[in-house]
Design a protein around this ligand. Structure first.
Ligand code: BG6
Length: 289
């Protein structure tokens, strides 16, 4: 239960009656994770400032993706043979362990394994772990995928993070100059990013290949930046639906594109192949600055 106690971790019934977990750091920072998708839906700094965008139109139903926060994309990015962005974000994860780590961070470990329904669409045995770590000014997510099958399998994976911004027209994303990108809105054309600081004036849906490990998202209207550091996840997807696509999305407000930017860290362009028994790990750390 989630009373006003000092417990660093508590389980509670979230929106739509979904099972959720709250992490509380002694500094006052908090995070919320829904077991539906091991989906981080909120990350607040000690003074209560929310760092993630969550749509007011999101659905809160088991088996449906939540719109906003940090959906986990696995084992497929985008459309394909499997449901869009894979099944991890719509699966019910277990909470395995929780508590305070030696470095003082508050941690919760979630896991997911194959089931009859995952094997019906993706015929492999696997285990996935996601550890969420909360400190005063940072949120970290560590991921591990293990191939529990007798056959190799390939996968894509991404932390589809929706950052909250005050005004998209005053946002800059730094760190991608010189990086090759695939522009999904122009038939997958490849080009090289030539801007030191990327700004946003229209729909954007780009996959940056082999991006640097550290990017910086600056929200000038709010006087806030987030440093995004990743390991094991070479690609960065930058997405904002802008006016028309926002209108087409039923679980997203028409005007909400002004309040968010997705900077997704992951393995998108070159799927990883895991041999039987092999493990992959990667993750991201978000530091508020
Ligand atoms: C992004 C894709 O990662 O996710 C976009 O690049 C897509 O093309 C967006 O529209 C949202 O996807 P979904 O399935 O959550 O609506």
């Amino acid at each position: 239960m989630c009373g006003r106690d000092v417990n660093p971790i508590c389980e509670f019934e979230g929106r739509g009656g979904l099972a959720a977990v709250r992490l509380r750091h002694p500094s006052g920072a908090e995070a919320e994770v829904y077991r539906n998708g091991a989906h981080v839906t909120s990350w607040t700094l000690p003074q209560g400032e929310e760092m993630l965008f969550l749509s007011r139109m999101s659905r809160w139903e088991e088996g449906r993706a939540i719109r906003g926060g940090i959906p986990l994309v696995f084992p497929q990015f985008g459309p394909g043979r499997l449901p869009q962005h894979g099944f991890a974000r719509t699966s019910l994860w277990s909470l395995d362990e929780a508590g305070t780590a030696r470095d003082g961070s508050v941690r919760a470990l979630f896991s997911l394994e194959d089931t009859d329904s995952t094997r019906a669409i993706w015929p492999y045995r696997f285990s996935a772990r996601m550890e969420v770590g909360l400190k005063e000014d940072s949120l970290s997510i560590s991921l591990q995928i293990v191939n529990q099958d007798h056959e190799p399998f390939s996968f894509q994976i991404a932390l589809h993070t929706y950052f909250r911004v005050d005004d998209i027209s005053a946002v800059m994303l730094e760190g991608l100059r010189g990086v090759e990108l695939v522009d999904s809105l122009r038939g997958g054309v490849r080009e090289t990013e030539d801007r030191e600081a990327i700004t946003f004036e229209c729909e954007t849906d780009r996959i940056y290949e082999n991006a640097p490990e550290t990017l910086r998202l600056v929200d000038a209207a709010r006087g806030r930046a987030v440093v995004i550091s990743s390991y094991g996840m070479p690609d960065a997807v930058v997405w904002n639906p802008w006016v028309e696509k926002s209108r087409r999305m039923e679980d997203f407000g028409d005007d909400e594109y002004t309040r968010m930017l997705c900077v997704e860290t992951g393995i998108v362009l070159q799927p990883v192949t895991l041999a039987p028994g092999a493990a992959w790990s990667g993750g991201s750390v978000f530091d508020a600055a």
